[in-house]
Structure formats: C-alpha cells, structure tokens
Design a protein around this ligand. Structure first.
Ligand SMILES: Cc1cc2nc3c(=O)[nH]c(=O)nc-3n(C[C@H](O)[C@H](O)[C@H](O)COP(=O)(O)OP(=O)(O)OC[C@H]3O[C@@H](n4cnc5c(N)ncnc54)[C@H](O)[C@@H]3O)c2cc1C
Length: 521
C-alpha cells in the first residue's frame, strides 16, 4: 500500500468513482472493503490517519455485549456474536479468544451471572468460543491471583473476543487496496459537490501539500463517527444534530496488576456500567467510563473524575490498589451514539447502527461498534448501490480473509500481529543491526517495524508509527516519548525528509504523548 501511487489514482480529476467514503475509522474502512470487493470503483478519504478517531481508542473487545443482553437487546447481541465468530476466522492474527471472569462477592451473583452467560453461549451457537462455567472461590483465584480475596465467593468464566483495533483498521485499508480500492489518509473533505441539488462528489484537501481535489462520485457515504453532523451540515446547514457524543476512558497498567491470562469483568459499577480489566499486549487495560460531552476533539482528554472512578473501582477488585504513578498511559475515545429522542442517560442510547439518506442523497452511517463494522458496511453498500443505480452485486465479506489473516501458523509475540506479513517483517528486522534494535527496553518493538510501517502501511508521521502501527503510546507513553527521536530519524531516511522535519515531528509527538501521562516524571 503506497500512498504516492494511490494519490496518483486521483487523476484525471474527471473520472467518476462509484462510491466515495468520508472517514477512515472502522465504519468507513469496512464500507470501503465491502464496496471494493463487490467490484465497485471505491475511494476512501481520511482527514488524519486511519483509526485516528474513536477506532483506535476502544476497549479492544470483539464481543456480543453482555450488557445489552441484560438490557434485553437480544437481536443486537445475536448479530454481534455472529460477527465475532466471523472476525475470529477472517482475522485470526488480530482477534483471539479471551476468557473473562465475573467475580461474585454476593451469594446471588454466581447463579445469576451463571445463567446469563449460558444464554450468551446459546446465542453464539456454532460460533461460540467456549462454554461458560460457574467457578469455585479457589478456581476463581487460580485464574486471577490478584483478585481481591476478601468476601469472594467464586465467579463465572465466559469467553469473548479480543483484538488490536488500530492494526485491524490498517489491515482493512490494505484489504481494500488489494481489491483495487483507493484509500488515502491525510485527505480532508472540505465541501460536497452537488449537481442540480444532488450530491455529486466532494472537495478534499491533501493535508501535506495543501492541494485541493474535486472528486466526482455516484454516491458519497458519510462515515465520520462523532463528526457525522459536521458533514451533514455541509449538505444541509440547518440539519438537526443526530450524535450525542459520550467519552470513554481507559488506563493502562503494568501486567503485574493482572498477571494471568484471564480478564476481569464487573457487570455493574456505581453508575451502572461494566468495568473491564483486560490483559492486552503485556499490559492490563482498565476501562471504561461513559461521560456525555459537548465539544469534539480528535485528541479527547480524560477528566480527573473519570481517572478517579477507574482507579477507585480497579482498586476494589484488585489486591494491589493502582495509584496515579502506576498508570503507563491514559487514553480517551468518543462514542458516536445516536440520539434516541429526548435527553437520555448515555448508557441507554442506541448502540446499534443508524443509516440515513438526505434529500440530496448523502448516505450517513454511524453508531454501532467495532464488532459489527462488517454488517454495518454490508447494509451501507446495499443502500448505496441502490441509491447510485449501480449494478446489484452480492456482499462478499462474510468469509473474506482480511490482510494478514491468511496465515495458519502460530507466530511468536511480538510480531504475531503481522500475521501473513510476519516473515517479510522478520526479514526486514534482521536486514541490519540497526533495524534489529529495540525502540526501547520497555517496549516490544523493533526499529525495523518503523521502516515496515512507512513502506507498507502508509505511516506518515512519528505519531502514526507510535500510536497506531505500533501501540507504543498506549503501552507506555513515557517510553514512547523517549523513542520518538529514533523513530523520526528512521522515518526521515525513508521519506526523504530533513533534520528540521525530524525536530518538528518529535516536538509534536512529545506534546501529544504528554496528554497520555498522569504524572510529569
Ligand atoms: C471508550 C470506547 C470503548 C469502545 N470499546 C469497544 C469495544 O471494545 N468493542 C467494540 O466493538 N466497539 C467498541 N467501541 C465502539 C467503537 O470503537 C466505535 O463504534 C467505532 O470505532 C466507530 O468507528 P467510526 O468509523 O464510526 O468512527 P471513527 O473511528 O471516529 O472514524 C471516523 C473518522 O472520520 C474522520 N473524519 C471526520 N471528518 C472528516 C472529514 N471532513 N474528512 C475526512 N475524514 C474525516 C475522522 O478523522 C475519523 O478517523 C468503543 C468506543 C469507545 C468510545
């Protein structure tokens, strides 16, 4: 996937794309893969980097959503469990079976959650990841040795999926390109083109050069997550907002807080939310919150009360109470929840997806979750094809291998995330001593991976490499800051950039990464 080559595909400007997608998160990339694999001439434009928005800031679960089951939303859970099973087959290098323990401290919790999880198993059907089971106190502690033992009666074990969100986004972009689609990061849509009142394309600005492009399409799809309303206003300036943004925060702790293989799931916290402590890339991820917010940002910041809530609740369930100084990184994401009418608490807003077609033919798709991105895309492309009068073609993504997923061998960490690219990455890492060097003693990444990201995964900035191609920013924000000058130097050589560029990149990265730290030193 080479950006220069893909940029060239925007000329001649007179060409007509079948489908133009605005937004390169889970939703937009899913739509782009679906459209390209049906053979439609597909173009996706992302204003920043792929998955820069909500799609790199999730809890990293591919799940049916035990909570939605409690709310009685069985159809949503059924769909998500089906998608979970498909994704585990289509991207086995990134999605894995994760065991979760629901600890019980009250006499009724074991049987109550035990029955709930059995229903969850039944709904998953043949695509189930393993049966749930009630555990004794001893079995529960064997799975989670750091679980608070006082008052513990036992637990329930169940299975769900876990993944790397930003890596999946990159692999979806590659899959799209492999099926003749065109995907571009750093390409911001500034306006919509209309012919006789109907949407006919977009005006986009290439962020690195400032060059503007007029791009014509039979159908334009708005997949901009929490920015959905901004694009809708380009179409209809008076349109009422449909998104109720809600922020969710995660803390990343050292593995010693959760040394085993299993995750903890607390079904009901003080504000009625689910709390997860999940092992992820050799760390423990604690999340999340649900805080309605008024202003949007691509870099949302955790509020002090959200951090306090997570530390306090994690402390209740862990033997060792995590402190501010234990937090390796804190990251926030914003849910593009769709308003369900009057002011409701965020936890009750619709979590399934919504599609909308404006009078001028702009198709908006939003809401949903990472887990259901494929189904959302299928729905969107079915409608887009009708709307644009494209030849009807069936969806092909149900059993489509996602880039990297074509591997059948078990690959050792840390290069397992590359899947079928593993050997090529390994060769590059071993090409010379410099590439074989680790970026930092506390991070699992090799210098050669920076080169790989630039050459094959369209990484343009130090942030792209440290935040989304690798997950250094989330695993250890401080160590990632220390690595930034080395990453900048490696990238500058590949991209033909000078020392001034390196300095600017390092400065910008440092400023961003400081927002992921809770303490100054
Ligand atoms: C805290 C939290 C935890 C979550 N956990 C999970 C989970 O564990 N499992 C799960 O299944 N789901 C989870 N979700 C939900 C899931 O992350 C989201 O549903 C999904 O990522 C939304 O993707 P999206 O593509 O719609 O939005 P985004 O990822 O935000 O993508 C929209 C993109 O549009 C781009 N854009 C905006 N304006 C323009 C423009 N003018 N031109 C070009 N591009 C533009 C943005 O830069 C952005 O990259 C979680 C969400 C949150 C907030």
């Amino acid at each position: 996937m080479k950006r220069e080559e893909l940029l060239q595909r925007l000329t001649p400007a007179t060409q007509l794309w079948d489908i133009i997608i605005i937004g390169g998160g889970a939703t937009g990339l899913g739509v782009a893969v679906d459209a390209a694999t049906r053979g439609y001439k597909t173009l996706l434009l992302e204003q920043h980097d792929f998955a820069k928005g909500t799609s790199s800031r999730s809890t990293k679960l591919i799940h049916g959503g035990v909570r939605y089951l409690a709310q009685g939303n069985v159809s949503l859970v059924l769909e998500a469990l089906h998608e979970r099973g498909l994704l585990l087959r289509n991207a086995p290098h990134l999605v894995r079976n994760q065991s979760f323990i629901v600890p019980s401290y009250d006499w009724w919790e074991g049987p109550f959650y035990g029955i709930g999880m059995k229903v969850y198993d039944v709904l998953a059907g043949k695509l189930g990841l393993g049966p749930s089971r009630i555990l004794s106190r001893e079995e529960t502690l064997a799975h989670i040795p750091t679980l608070e033992p006082e008052g513990l009666r036992g637990g329930v074990i169940y299975h769900d999926g876990q993944f790397d969100d930003a890596r999946l986004a990159i692999n979806l972009a590659q899959t799209c390109v492999e099926h003749n689609g065109c995907v571009l990061n750093y390409m911001q849509v500034k306006a919509l083109l209309k012919t006789r009142g109907l949407i006919a394309g977009v005006v986009a600005r290439e962020v690195e050069t400032g060059k503007e492009y007029e791009l014509h399409g039979r159908c334009v799809i708005n997949a901009t997550g929490v920015y959905t309303d901004a694009i809708r206003r380009l179409d209809e300036p008076e349109s009422e907002p449909m998104i109720a943004p809600s922020q969710g925060v995660h803390l990343v702790l050292d593995k010693s807080f959760l040394p085993g293989e299993s995750a903890i799931m607390v079904p009901h916290t003080d504000d009625g939310r689910v709390l997860f402590v999940v092992p992820w890339h050799g760390r423990a991820l604690v999340g999340t919150t649900d805080t309605p917010i008024d202003s949007l940002s691509l870099e949302p910041r955790a509020l002090p009360e959200e951090i306090d809530f997570l530390l306090r609740h994690a402390g209740r369930y862990l033997t060792q109470d995590p402190q501010v100084r234990d937090v390796k990184s804190v990251f926030a994401g914003i849910r593009p929840l769709v308003k369900a009418g009057a002011d409701k608490a965020p936890a009750t807003l619709a979590r399934d997806h919504t599609m909308m077609i404006s009078k001028s033919g702009l198709l908006t798709i939003t809401g949903g979750k990472w887990t259901t991105y494929r189904k959302m895309a299928e729905d969107a492309v079915n409608h887009a094809a009708m709307l644009a009068g494209l030849e009807e073609r069936p969806c092909r993504t149900e059993h489509l291998q996602i880039h990297g997923g074509q591997t059948h061998v078990e690959i050792a960490k840390p290069l397992d995330v590359y899947g079928a690219d593993y050997e090529a990455v390994q060769r590059l890492v071993q090409e010379n001593a410099a590439f074989a060097q680790r970026l930092h003693a506390d991070l699992p990444y090799y210098s050669g991976e920076v080169i790989w990201a630039v050459r094959n995964e369209m990484a343009r900035t130090v942030e792209d490499v440290l935040a989304r191609r690798t997950r250094a920013l989330l695993l250890d924000a401080r160590a990632s800051i220390v690595s930034a000058p080395r990453v900048a130097a490696l990238m500058a050589k590949e991209l033909g950039q000078n020392e001034d560029w390196q300095k600017r990149q390092v400065r910008a990265y440092e400023e961003l990464a400081r927002g992921y730290l809770l303490t100054e030193n």
